[in-house]
Write a protein that binds this ligand. Structure first.
Ligand code: FES
Ligand SMILES: [Fe+2]
Length: 369
């Protein structure tokens, strides 16, 4: 007597939305439901699960699967024939972590019983029963994946068409692309993002890197809506050179910083240097959990292109570590989207607009009620 590989009524793996589960309409189209021990408000998680986020540096994923985490869900990131893939780090047989396995051809192999899964998530082989048919229900959750700006991006429940920030300088031959070190922050992505947009903290939190305690004034600036989010053009005398190189800027040089937000958690800053120099900085915050953020930071510059990238890495790390200390100290830990909950000054225009933007996306509904 032969044993069937999978019984017809075998339930789907935990967390994978089943089309007939009586769930709300949009949920019935989801690849994935709320994770166990979800640290987000359920409504926030559902909104965020439809967005695209970076989950790994491209250069961190070579021939071995790598584990990542997004929105409280464990993921496996791997390559087949050079193409980046992201799937749930959970074998649908006995729940072993696929990130402990390996890649062969275009399949990922589970380390426990050797089941192999194709790029679409379908099981392609059960070594214990090579001659029996494989149930179509035996599959892992495979997510749409794209590699851009040196990062691997995915979405848990969003459209297959990637909705990524505009960071075109990365591919511009006039620019040098630099992937700065990744930083893990014990804080919410919203708080981190708002810190990136904040222009009044340069003279306080960044005096060791580029800020000047004697130049705390924030000139008036405007915030505009864009098709995707918001934009702020900030003109001031705060230099972007490191402390030891501030003499390089002409006296009274006006520094233009153009911020553009791609909600929920990406922001691009273009710093206009003397002599047409441009530095593009992408703050791409991945919400690992409600209060855990992995910050990815691609840069591109059209000057000093032969200079050592190590110095850029170190300077960037220094600045973001200065921010990290502050952001990890903030209470409440979640970004209050009810504008009344914290006091604001004129310099906070961008952060007020940012909070409104997140609220419009449907985030923070429970938090502000
Ligand atoms: S747990 Fe993966 S093959 Fe059995
Ligand atoms: Fe900062």
């Amino acid at each position: 007597m032969t044993t069937p590989v999978i019984l017809p009524d075998t339930p789907a793996a935990p967390g994978i939305a089943s089309p007939d589960a009586g769930t709300p309409d949009w949920e019935s189209h989801c690849r994935i439901g709320l994770p166990r021990n979800c640290s987000f408000q359920p409504s926030d998680w559902q909104v965020l699960s439809r967005c695209w986020f970076p989950v790994a540096r491209g250069d961190a994923v070579a021939d071995k699967p790598v584990r990542a985490r997004l929105l409280d869900l464990d993921l496996v990131v791997y390559r087949t024939n050079g193409i980046a893939r992201v799937a749930r780090d959970l074998c649908s047989h006995r729940g072993a972590a696929l990130s402990l396995g390996w890649v062969e051809g275009d399949t990922i192999i589970c380390p426990y019983h050797g089941f192999r899964y194709g790029p679409d998530g379908a099981c392609r082989g059960v070594p214990a029963h090579p001659d029996l048919p494989i149930s179509p229900r035996l599959r892992i959750a495979a997510f749409p994946t794209v590699e851009r700006f040196g990062l691997i991006w995915t979405t848990l429940n969003g459209d297959d068409t990637p909705l990524l920030p505009d960071f075109s300088a990365w591919d511009d031959p006039d620019f040098q692309p630099i992937l700065a070190p990744t930083i893990d922050i014990e804080a919410s992505a919203g708080r981190q993002m708002e810190g990136f947009l904040d222009v009044a903290h340069f003279a306080w939190a960044h005096t060791q890197s580029f800020g000047d305690r004697n130049n705390p004034f924030v000139p008036s600036y405007k915030v505009m809506r864009t098709p995707r989010g918001i934009r702020a053009d900030y003109l001031s005398t705060v230099s972007n050179y490191p402390r030891g190189l501030q003499h390089l800027a002409p006296p009274d040089f006006q520094w233009l910083r153009v911020f553009e937000v791609f909600p929920p958690f990406c922001a691009r800053l273009i710093v206009h240097f003397p002599d047409g120099g441009r530095l593009w900085i992408l703050n791409a915050a991945a919400p690992v959990a409600a209060r855990k953020t992995r910050l990815f930071c691609p840069l591109a510059r059209n000057f000093d292109k032969d200079g050592p990238v190590e110095a850029v890495h170190a300077f960037n790390l220094q600045i973001f570590n200065e921010d990290k200390v502050i952001v990890e100290s903030q209470k409440p830990e979640d970004l209050p989207l009810d504008i009344q909950m914290e006091a604001h000054i004129a310099a906070d225009r961008t952060s007020i607009a940012y909070r409104k933007l997140l609220k419009e996306m449907g985030l923070g509904q429970l938090y502000v009620s």
